[in-house]
Design a protein around this ligand. Structure first.
Ligand code: AKG
Length: 317
C-alpha cells in the first residue's frame, strides 16, 4: 500500500562551486548517473535559478489560461491554441508550449547539469522528442501504476524524462508516486504470459495495482529549482490533486537517436522558423526532426498521422 510512501529526500544538492562552474563535479556526475541508471530517478536540487522558474511559471500560466478557455473534455484530440498544442484526459492536461523564450532557453532544454548525465547514458547525440507538461487538476483520479515506454528486454534504457516543477509539487497537490529501481530486471514475456497490461494510466488496472503495490513506493516532493530525471520504464503514477490550483511540472522526453518513441511530436513545439531561431545547444537536440537526411526525420514523417491520433490514448504505443 502507499502508506509506506515517503517524500523524496535523497536528491543531489548542486553546490555553490558547481553552480559557478556550471557543471557537476566528477563525484556528483558519477553518483547521479549511477542513481538514474539503477534506481530509475535522480533529483538535482538547485539546478535552476528560482528567478528563471518564476519566469517559466508566469509564461506557462498564460498558456494554461488559454488552454482552460479552449478546454473541451469530451474532445481528447490534440488542439492548437495560441502558444501551445494541448489535450486533456480525465482532468490531466498535457500542454506542449511553443518553444519561444523562456521555454526555449538552453538552461531548460540543454541544462548543463543534466545534459552530461544523459550523454553518458544515451549517447552524445541524444534527441529531444517533446517539451510538454503534466498538469494535474482537481478531479484527476489516482492513476494505475504504469510504464511510459515499452519493455527494454535486456537493452539499456532508451530514454529519460526530465521533469521541471513550476511550483511546489508536494504531498498536498498530487505528487508523482514512483516505485524505484528494479524495472531493468523485468521483461515483457512474463507480463504477456500472465496477460498483464503495464501501460494503462487513466483507468483501473486491478492485476497491476495488486502486483506493484507489493513493492515500496515513494511520493516525490519537488520544489522549484529542482530537476527530476527519471526512467520512463520505472513504475510510477500520478496521484489526485485536491486543491483548486492546477499542479504543473514540465516534462521533456529525451531519447537515444536510434529510438523512435511513439508519443509527442517536436512539431507541437516547433516549426521551421522557431527551430532556426534556437540556441545551438537546443537546436542540436531537435535537428533530427528538421534535417531531411536524418533517418528519424523520415520515420517522423511516415508515422505522423498515426502518432497524432495515438498520442491521446497512452504515452506508449
Ligand atoms: O502528473 C503526474 O504526476 C504524473 C502523470 C503520469 O505519470 C502520466 O500521466 O504518465
Amino acid at each position: 500500500m502507499i502508506d509506506g510512501s515517503k517524500a523524496l529526500g535523497s536528491d543531489i544538492a548542486i553546490t555553490e562551486r558547481e553552480r559557478l562552474d556550471g557543471t557537476l563535479s566528477t563525484e556528483n556526475h558519477r553518483l547521479a548517473t549511477l542513481l538514474l541508471r539503477t534506481r530509475g530517478y535522480v533529483g538535482l536540487r538547485n539546478a535552476l535559478p528560482i528567478e528563471f522558474v518564476a519566469r517559466l511559471r508566469l509564461a506557462f500560466s498564460d498558456v494554461l489560461q488559454e488552454c482552460l478557455r479552449r478546454r473541451d473534455s469530451s474532445n481528447i484530440t490534440p488542439r492548437e491554441v495560441e502558444g501551445a498544442v494541448f489535450w486533456e484526459r480525465k482532468y490531466r492536461l498535457r500542454i506542449f508550449p511553443k518553444l519561444v523564450a523562456p521555454f526555449s532557453d538552453p538552461i531548460l532544454i540543454a541544462n548543463s547539469f543534466v545534459s552530461p548525465i544523459l550523454e553518458t547514458l544515451l549517447g552524445h547525440d541524444y534527441c529531444c522528442k517533446f517539451v510538454s507538461s503534466d498538469t494535474c487538476m482537481k478531479g484527476a483520479i489516482l492513476q494505475s501504476p504504469h510504464r511510459d515506454i515499452e519493455f527494454y528486454n535486456g537493452q539499456p534504457p532508451q530514454g529519460y524524462f526530465v521533469n521541471v516543477p513550476l511550483m511546489e509539487c508536494g504531498l498536498h497537490n498530487g505528487p508523482l508516486e514512483v516505485w524505484p529501481g528494479g524495472s531493468h530486471l523485468w521483461d515483457a514475456q512474463l507480463f504477456e504470459r500472465y496477460q498483464m497490461a503495464p501501460f494503462v494510466q487513466d483507468d483501473r488496472n486491478g492485476p497491476i495495482e495488486d502486483f506493484v503495490e507489493r513493492f515500496n513506493s515513494e511520493k516525490v516532493v519537488l520544489s522549484p529549482g529542482t530537476i527530476l530525471v527519471r526512467d520512463p520504464g520505472m513504475w510510477h503514477r500520478g496521484t489526485p490533486n485536491p486543491t483548486e490550483e492546477p499542479r504543473t511540472m514540465l516534462t521533456m522526453g529525451m531519447f537515444r537517436r536510434s529510438y523512435s518513441f511513439d508519443y509527442g511530436d517536436p512539431f507541437y513545439n516547433l516549426n521551421k522558423d522557431s527551430f532556426n531561431a534556437l540556441d545551438q545547444r537546443v537546436k542540436k537536440r531537435f535537428e533530427y526532426a528538421f534535417h531531411w537526411n536524418s533517418l528519424l526525420y523520415w520515420r517522423q514523417k511516415a508515422r505522423k498521422r498515426f502518432r497524432r491520433s495515438n498520442d491521446t490514448r497512452q504515452r506508449v504505443s
